[in-house]
Design a protein. Structure first.
Length: 243
């Protein structure tokens, strides 16, 4: 007989409906919004991959600084912290203070208290606004683990998270060779094209081997190479070769 879900807490959001935290047994949590399942603690492989892939090059960086958009159950945050040195700083932008309280309270057992890690600073607010107002080259990595990822319905220019303007703002906020890593429900070639056009080298991962596999984009900021004085900026095509 299945163990029934116990509602630990609930609150009304401004635009999504009622958000609930449920539990049934050790380590088995559910966050729902309205009638939809938002997160399940037993299905987090893409979130773990997102945090690992976004920060895999930062282990030996001096004082790396990372921005995480969306706290959720702090699964992605745990993966981020596991890749970083002790002198790192992680800023987490989360819209709902109640989510932060959940991660400090009942959800802490899932992540060994990731939200309370001394490297973490949780800012209650919109990650898009935080990126927009950040000075240039503020972060070594920006990681988006948000409720809605990019998709065909995204406004290609003006979407505040995944449109071309927002992508340009993320690129500006990243340091040289910085990484922009994004979670999504499914692959989206339009989003990949916008990342490439903004000056990122893009790879789309599909974590896992079976079942439903989400998308994780890893986009590395490319830095234009300066041409050497007195030399051509591109290699001349040899006679008889194809374009």
């Amino acid at each position: 007989m299945a163990i029934p879900w116990q509602v630990l807490d609930r609150f009304e959001t401004d635009d999504e409906g009622v958000l609930e935290l449920r539990k049934r047994g050790k380590g088995d949590f559910l966050i729902t919004v309205g009638s939809q399942i938002l997160m399940n603690s037993k299905a987090q492989r893409s979130e773990m991959a997102l945090g690992k892939l976004g920060c895999r090059k930062l282990k030996n960086y001096p004082n790396p600084r990372v921005l995480v958009g969306g706290l959720g159950m702090a699964i992605t945050l745990r993966a981020v912290l596991d890749e970083l040195p002790e002198n790192a700083e992680v800023v987490v932008a989360e819209l709902n203070a109640k989510i932060h309280q959940w991660c400090l309270g009942p959800l802490a057992e899932l992540t060994d208290g990731a939200a309370a890690d001394p490297r973490v600073n949780v800012a209650i607010g919109d990650v898009a606004e935080l990126v927009k107002t950040s000075p240039a080259e503020s972060f070594d990595a920006i990681i988006y683990d948000l409720y809605r990822g990019p998709g065909p319905q995204t406004d290609k220019r003006n979407d505040p998270l995944y449109g071309s303007r927002a992508i340009e703002q993320c690129r500006s906020a990243l340091k040289k060779n910085g990484v922009f890593a994004i979670w999504g429900e499914n692959p989206d070639t339009g989003f990949e094209s916008r990342l490439t056009a903004a000056g990122f080298a893009v790879q789309c991962e599909r974590p896992g081997k079976g079942g439903y596999r989400h998308a994780v984009w890893v986009a590395e900021k490319k830095v234009a190479k300066k041409a050497s004085a007195g030399r051509a900026t591109s290699k001349p095509r040899e006679f008889g070769t194809r374009k």
